[in-house]
Unconditional design. Structure first.
Length: 223
């Protein structure tokens, strides 16, 4: 092979290598873009638009519903919806979803947050089980973010005393975060155990985009 041919082979190989590298960088950026966008939004809101958030950590049952603070966003669905202003969640809830049926809950999560079948509805206080169990994806790549409703990206940012607002049949019910836990994917007691106390349980994957563990948020009803 003469010198001229070797030069063009070198150019072709270098061009192909650079193309692969650039493509990889672009693909990586697109994969993590939704997650990065959420993190930037949360940082911006926390540092430049921080509003005074009511943190009711004691005597929650004594807070009157008439004292609920106004929302700064319009609920997407008042028939069944959830709003968590701290992390930018405002989504409809798909009712009565079988959490053990993959095809069923995947279809539901493409439309919104899912309510696990057999659990309570917001505001329930007198049922045999007053646990409202809501779950959603936290996928971090662009493809999954488009296919599935990944509104629980930032669920891990919630802390004790934060407020979760739900709507059911036009009525508003607020819950105050009591605890946060990371459990194994096989641990379903937060779903299957009944609760006499009116609570809200939120679940998503942990870390975001994986199926290794589950992040569980437990909140108490403001009555």
């Amino acid at each position: 092979m003469d010198k001229k041919n070797r030069f063009w082979v070198f150019v072709a190989v270098r061009t192909a290598a650079n193309t692969l590298i650039i493509t990889g960088i672009i693909f990586s950026f697109l994969s993590f873009a939704p997650f990065i966008q959420q993190e930037i939004w949360y940082w911006w809101q926390s540092n430049f638009f921080a509003e005074t958030r009511e943190r009711q950590t004691t005597n929650i049952s004594k807070v009157s519903a008439r004292e609920l603070p106004p929302l700064t966003v319009r609920p997407k669905n008042k028939d069944f919806g959830v709003i968590i202003q701290k992390i930018g969640v405002n989504a409809p809830v798909v009712a009565n979803v079988n959490a053990a049926n993959y095809n069923e809950y995947i279809a539901a999560l493409s439309k919104g947050v899912a309510q696990a079948a057999g659990t309570a509805v917001p505001g329930s206080t007198k049922a045999a089980n007053n646990n409202v169990f809501l779950f959603a994806h936290s996928a971090i790549n662009a493809l999954q973010a488009r296919r599935y409703n990944s509104v629980f990206y930032l669920l891990r940012k919630l802390e004790k005393g934060d407020r979760v607002t739900t709507f059911y049949r036009g009525k508003r019910f607020d819950y105050i975060v009591r605890s946060k836990a990371v459990v194994q994917a096989s641990d379903v007691r937060y779903l299957t155990n009944s609760s006499e106390k009116p609570i809200l349980t939120l679940q998503t994957c942990d870390p975001p985009g994986s199926s290794l563990r589950r992040l569980i948020i437990t909140a108490d009803l403001v009555r």
